[in-house]
Design a protein around this ligand. Structure first.
Ligand SMILES: [Ca+2]
Length: 237
């Protein structure tokens, strides 16, 4: 085999690899808060009393005639709809609206409920009865959890609780977001290390990838055709 043909084959292989290997989508930090600065900058208390203690967002305890009536809700602007939402959370019961189009929580909600044992629910909050997308029974005793939620461009959710994939569902009803809302219930409620990352193809990036694939494919066919013709010439010669 002559060296020009070898060169052509190598170029073809490199082009094929370039075409076949998917271009990674871009990950971008939308916002995060580890509360180590000791303040609630960026957050809006919807109701209740929140404070930052030792680098952790906490719900202020309230009791009435010996009963724990600690409740509160706090929100942060949040625009991501595909990517990941992670946070550490503690408390008897809570919900977090990770994608909310309004302060009423219209969007997607992760709920911890202890009415019938400890359950986690992924729900779609709409103007009407809420729609349960998936549920998970938690058998452990910890009241503190590490939550990681991912959602892809098609709306596929994957919710990990303490590293275990607990809830999965696909829903693309909401593809825009304005808020992240934390609703706390109970005197041990706390939130820390909130991080929201978007990971998706923007239209421009998608167009660039699409164009690269098309050009790559055309080049491969042209090169393959050239090799084929050259072989015929060699055989004929
Ligand atoms: Ca912290």
């Amino acid at each position: 085999m002559g060296s020009p043909t070898l060169c052509t084959l190598l170029i073809t292989m490199i082009l094929l690899i370039a075409v076949l290997v998917p271009t990674p989508s871009s990950a971008q930090l939308v916002w995060h808060d580890d509360f180590e600065d000791g303040d609630l900058d960026g957050w809006t208390v919807n109701w209740g009393n929140f404070t930052v203690e030792s680098g952790v967002l906490k719900l202020k305890n309230r009791t009435y005639q010996g009963l724990d009536i600690s409740r509160g809700e706090i929100s942060h602007p949040s625009t991501g709809v595909a990517g990941s939402w992670s946070f550490e959370i503690a408390g008897r019961e809570w919900w977090v609206d990770v994608i909310a189009t309004s302060l009423d929580g219209i969007g997607y909600r992760l709920i911890k409920d202890i009415n019938l044992g400890t359950m986690f629910f992924l729900e779609k909050i709409i103007d009407g009865p809420d729609e349960r997308l998936d549920m998970y029974r938690y058998w452990g005793n910890d009241s503190r959890h590490f939550v990681n939620i991912t959602r892809n461009n098609d709306g596929r959710f994957e919710v990990s609780i303490d590293g275990v994939v607990a809830l999965e569902e696909t829903d693309d009803s909401f593809m825009e977001s304005s808020y992240f809302i934390y609703h706390a219930d109970g005197n041990d409620s706390a939130l820390d290390n909130v991080e929201v990352v978007t990971e998706l193809y923007t239209p421009v990036e998608f167009l660039a990838v699409f164009t690269t694939v098309i050009i790559g494919t055309v080049v491969v066919f042209v090169v393959a055709g050239w090799i084929y013709r050259r072989r015929i010439v060699v055989i004929d010669g």
